[in-house]
Design a protein around this ligand. Structure first.
Ligand SMILES: C[S@@+](CC[C@H](N)C(=O)[O-])C[C@H]1O[C@@H](n2cnc3c(N)ncnc32)[C@H](O)[C@@H]1O
Length: 244
């Protein structure tokens, strides 16, 4: 895990407060933010675990009325988050050390940085333990089966596979949700990135002239962002739980 921590420290030192520190695709970030707004209660005190340089919380702080807190195990990410000078409380802390009685907790691509399934489950159980009774947990994480389906669609049109980053372990959400059922009631799965992935990573990628890189901000990607999602081709999903 030390290599992974060093990777995120380096991302923060290179990109500072910029979105690029944690996300290369601005439209995908818009979809993540919209999903957070759909599933989080803006009036509750809320903590983001693995908050990076604070992009999500800074955005939510424009309209949320509850107190906002962010923790991340990367000191350089937290230093970048604090640079924005907001009222949000940003602290260096590991997901495995979170304590408290939070009404609402969320992650956005944090658990996928934990390199084993059993440790991902242990981290999620720790999040459940840090929730107040009846508290809400929203996990935006990446589905391994959806990622595989997206790559199958690419293969059908002659595109190469998009591999996982070395520091990511995508999750089989059915096994994950099942392993947590004693602690957390699963409320819903929001497959918000499915249509966007099909359009951007299959259609737009296929239409891009050979030798060029697909443009994240291509018009067809923007259109996909504005439409309701369909299917199960997008790794980025929101898994919504309530503490039992
Ligand atoms: C892909 S970035 C996402 C950052 C932020 N959630 C966002 O969406 O902008 C993942 C973040 O999780 C943090 N992280 C990874 N493992 C962690 C752990 N064990 N405890 C706390 N933070 C962790 C990393 O340092 C990194 O900032």
């Amino acid at each position: 895990m030390n290599d992974i921590l060093e990777f995120w420290n380096e991302q923060a030192r290179t990109h500072g407060t910029d979105l690029a520190a944690t996300m290369p695709d601005p439209l995908l970030k818009c979809l993540e933010l919209a999903a957070l707004r759909r599933h989080l209660d803006p009036a509750l005190d809320t903590i983001e675990v693995g908050c990076g340089n604070g992009v999500n919380l800074l955005h939510l702080s424009e309209t949320f009325t509850g107190r906002l807190t962010g923790i991340d195990f990367s000191p350089d990410m937290i230093a970048a988050a604090r640079q924005a000078g907001s009222a949000i409380d940003f602290q260096v802390e590991d997901i495995f050390n979170l304590r408290g009685q939070w009404p609402q907790i969320f992650t956005d691509r944090c658990l996928i940085n934990i390199p084993r399934f059993d440790l991902q489950i242990r981290a999620a159980i720790n999040l459940a333990a840090a929730l107040a009774p009846g508290g809400r947990l929203v996990l935006i994480e990446c589905s391994a089966p959806a990622h595989a389906r997206m790559n199958e669609a690419r293969a059908r049109v002659g595109l190469t596979e998009i591999p996982n980053h070395w520091h990511n372990r995508y999750i089989d959400e059915r096994k994950f949700i099942d392993a947590l059922k004693a602690d957390l009631q699963h409320i819903e799965t929001d497959r918000f990135s499915s249509l966007y992935y099909l359009i951007s990573r299959v259609f737009n990628a296929k239409m891009t002239p050979e030798g060029e890189s697909p443009d994240y901000l291509a018009e067809i990607n923007r259109i996909a962002c504005d439409l309701p999602s369909v299917g199960d081709f997008g790794p980025h999903q929101a898994w919504v739980f309530r503490k039992r």
